[in-house]
Design a protein around this ligand. Structure first.
Ligand code: SF4
Ligand code: MG
Length: 313
């Protein structure tokens, strides 16, 4: 447990209710979600849109409060309260267009009182720009003068400005071209090594998280259906949903191989199917799947799984 200190644990069972667009309708966005992010490691939450992964990100960063359960942070290394900083999918929307980049990055430095005086603050801004691969002169420019990838670098510099140890990244590269995506992912890995950062990395794309994550938790309709170390998950995916997700990844070895596509859209979280929520799309569902929700249990080879038909460890 010592090694797991500066991390958090969302204890089961708990659920989060959030208000849907229609008034007076509540939806259980996530339920019975339990995981630990080890210090210095990257945990990826993967699933289709609407599976609850962004809700988890917002719970962890304190933007939402859980209706049940707890999010527990271990101690920060310098004794300050642990701060989780968030990096969003769309840097265009999260950067104030009327502010110069230098002011955007300086704001958290001032807010947290991390440097005194404008020279020290300017110096720190220049250092952060350098850290994310931009030039100190970029401080004078406005966000719209940059490409999408450069704007995501600015967002990362701003997130780092408050000197967090833990970053929650919600689809940080999914708005970018593939080649730019790879550059940002490489930057994030480099920063993780150099600064000893801990990541909770949210993505709909298993290929993106493969080289980022130490561990992957696959979510479906508000629950974690399979979780394991990255290598183990790719080598031996055991949940039918994980298997289908992996089959929809472009295959570098045989790109023209016929791939089985995922049948249908995920059901609405407002009216989740009975039993195992995946049963309407599951190719191997049996009768029990329609009436009884599978428990989360140990997965063969390590991790957890929630499927009636998975073999027991
Ligand atoms: Fe498929 Fe049943 Fe397993 Fe759900 S519990 S994933 S429906 S086999
Ligand atoms: Mg989302």
């Amino acid at each position: 447990v010592d090694q797991l200190s500066r991390v958090f644990d969302v204890s089961a069972p708990w659920l989060n209710r959030m208000i849907d667009r229609k008034p007076k309708r509540y939806l259980r966005a996530v339920q019975d979600v339990t995981f630990v992010v080890e210090r210095g490691k990257c945990l990826a939450l993967v699933g289709e849109s609407g599976c609850g992964k962004s809700t988890v990100a917002r719970l962890v960063t304190g933007l939402y409060r859980p209706s049940e359960g707890a999010i527990v942070f271990g101690p920060s290394s310098d004794g300050r309260p642990m701060e989780a900083q968030m990096i969003f999918q769309d840097p265009h929307a999260s950067l104030n267009p009327r502010w110069r980049v230098g002011d955007i990055i300086a704001e958290p430095i001032r807010e947290f009182g991390l440097r005194e005086g404008s020279d020290a603050i300017d110096g720190r801004v220049a250092e952060l720009l350098h850290t994310v691969g931009l030039s100190p002169d970029d401080a004078k420019r406005f966000p719209h003068e940059f490409s999408g990838g450069q704007r995501q670098r600015i967002s990362i510099a701003r997130a780092l400005a408050s000197e967090p140890e833990f970053l929650v990244c919600d689809e940080p590269t999914s708005a970018l071209d593939v080649s730019v995506q790879a550059q940002i992912l490489n930057l994030m890995r480099k920063l993780q090594d150099e600064l000893g950062l801990t990541y909770l990395f949210i993505s709909h794309n298993l290929a993106v998280v493969r080289h980022m994550a130490d561990r992957i938790a696959v979510m479906y309709l508000g629950r974690i259906v399979e979780a394991a170390d990255t290598e183990a998950l790719f080598a031996n995916p055991q949940h039918p949903y994980t298997q289908l997700l992996l089959q929809t990844i472009p295959d570098v070895v045989s790109p023209n191989r016929n791939r089985q596509m995922m049948g249908g859209e995920p059901p609405s979280p407002l009216e989740p199917p009975t039993g195992c929520a995946f049963h309407p799309r599951c190719p191997i569902a049996t009768e029990i799947c329609q009436s009884i929700a599978p428990d989360v249990r140990p997965r063969q080879g390590g991790g957890t799984i929630a499927c009636h038909l998975a073999s027991r460890d």
